[in-house]
Design a protein around this ligand. Structure first.
Ligand code: DQA
Length: 148
């Protein structure tokens, strides 16, 4: 039972970037909490952040060879631009949850479109960093993960 959490560009700045939109919790806080939660849920959690589209594509491809069962991804700005990351997720055929800290639907119109939403098992947005907790809980408890 193995889950991969991917964070896209500028999420390394979480907690300091536009705190009125994204809050003051840092990415490290999010990852520490997620690891604790994964241990409680009895799942293996791998995490990856990159500002580079191709690096995210490579990491998704690697997930298949590692037997990752589910992906939780905040594609950040690539949500609205990346056919390549969409194709990578479809190519490895690993079910995924799309996650956004902010409610993208209350923001600029161009943030309303996502290259992922029609293929995601679930989409979470507007819960702040609690969305990571919700996504992990959902992935671990409700997505079909292999037994061992
Ligand atoms: C985001 C929303 C995106 O529109 C934005 O480009 C981000 C973060 C979010 O978590 O709310 O970088 O994915």
């Amino acid at each position: 039972r193995s889950i991969l959490l991917i964070n896209g560009p500028n999420l390394n700045l979480l907690g300091t970037r536009e705190p009125e939109i994204y809050g003051s919790t840092t990415l490290q806080d999010v990852l520490d909490l997620a690891q604790k939660q994964a241990a409680e849920l009895g799942v293996k959690l791998q995490t990856f952040q990159s500002n580079w589209e191709g690096a995210i594509v490579d990491r998704i491809q690697e997930a298949r060879t590692q037997g990752v069962d589910a992906i939780v991804i905040n594609p950040a700005a690539f949500t609205h631009t990346s056919v390549a990351i969409r194709d990578a997720l479809l190519g490895v055929d690993i079910p995924f949850v799309e996650l956004h800290v902010s409610n993208v639907h209350t923001r600029e119109p161009w943030r309303h479109h996502s290259y992922f939403q029609d293929k995601a098992v679930a989409v979470i947005c507007g819960m702040g960093t609690y969305g990571y907790t919700a996504a992990l809980e959902f992935a671990a408890r409700h997505m079909k993960l292999k037994k061992k």
